[in-house]
Design a protein around this ligand. Sequence first.
Ligand SMILES: NC(=O)c1ccc[n+]([C@@H]2O[C@H](COP(=O)([O-])OP(=O)(O)OC[C@H]3O[C@@H](n4cnc5c(N)ncnc54)[C@H](O)[C@@H]3O)[C@@H](O)[C@H]2O)c1
Length: 384
Amino acid sequence: MTYWLNPIFYEFIKFRVLLFIKGFKRVQQNKIFIGSILFASFFLQCYECSDEYFGIPILLNGKKEREIMKSGLSKALVTGGAGFIGSHLVDTLVKEGCDVVVLDDLSAGSLSNLKHVKDKITFYKGNIQDQKILMKAAENCEVIFHQAALVSVTKTVDNPVDSAFINDLGTLLVLDAGRKNKVKRVVFASSSAVYGDDPLLPKHESMQPKPMSPYAVQKLTGELYAHIYYDLYGIETVCLRYFNVYGPRQDASSPYSGVISIFMAKAVSKKPSLIYGDGKQYRDFVFVKDVVKANLLAATAEDAAGQTFNIGTGKHVSINTLWDMICLLSGLNIKPEYAPPRPGDIIESVASIEQAKSALGFKPDYSFEKGLEITFKWYKDSRK
Ligand SMILES: NC(=O)c1ccc[n+]([C@@H]2O[C@H](COP(=O)([O-])OP(=O)(O)OC[C@H]3O[C@@H](n4cnc5c(N)ncnc54)[C@H](O)[C@@H]3O)[C@@H](O)[C@H]2O)c1
């Protein structure tokens, strides 16, 4: 249904119909050559739009997604590959013909995120702290994309020690498995949480980190280990500080989930959302496919080794605006409920992505409206 209502879809249709009519007129006027060129463009357009992403044809700056991302990686390990971001990364790597290994203990991820690629990947159910399985999974890999983590800030506040075993020791073990297996590069999923509540905006990589939760300390420690592994052992490491990632498959079932997934789930079930604080706090929301793109660039860009990059959009959206936009998408008119701010929550956050642009060639392809529309359609469809 959304497919037919989608404005992008109508733009494509309009353009293609125009090409067809113009071609037809030229042929009628015996201008066969020009007519054939217009017809050829018409068919090319049809072909270009034949790919669908969750039912919506996607053209990104005139190129199809698979044309933009060609990393040429032969074999890669994705830790946490059954999770939200990891599974999208796996999808793209598989599409590109890469031999993909996934290591995930399924503590938060799900095999259903990988069901469409299950025959094309090697899956290990296991903990990154299990060195034996980690070494096996990293065997002959060119790159490790380290996504596995305990991602809930609140859970790390409640369990600082247990979470450190996963997020600190786990990252160290992944780096070491990379070193011992002579993996060329490790791309580490860090977080914008390392900046804490420093009021300076946009957040720039050269700013002094100010972690405010065990989660942020753990991510920063992972970055430091990554740098040390590059300096001491020459294993190429790249750290990506993701800002607020959203998209299909983000788990909305826990109170610790990302705000967009929770709001989407509420909107789909026609319930009001709960906003902590006054809702004026804003975030830099980045679509998951753009995060995948950043990972692939980080895995291949020549001068990226040893560096840390912000991955966001450089734009910000307030939580109140987010709820309004979701209401607009879902045709709802429900006022949100408000609760006191949560401890450890960051008030304002927006990324400077200049460094990722210049060193990685990173530029987000998805506008917030487009990403939100794709995400909403997914939440709606997955309820059916
Ligand atoms: N989602 C965001 O907005 C965001 C923002 C900043 C950083 N990050 C980072 O990106 C990465 C991916 O996050 P996500 O949102 O996809 O979370 P997710 O919870 O969906 O994915 C994490 C995956 O890691 C797996 N995992 C957890 N502990 C493990 C362990 N000990 N051994 C093996 N597997 C384990 C989980 O089962 C899950 O599949 C994480 O490192 C997270 O800290 C995410």
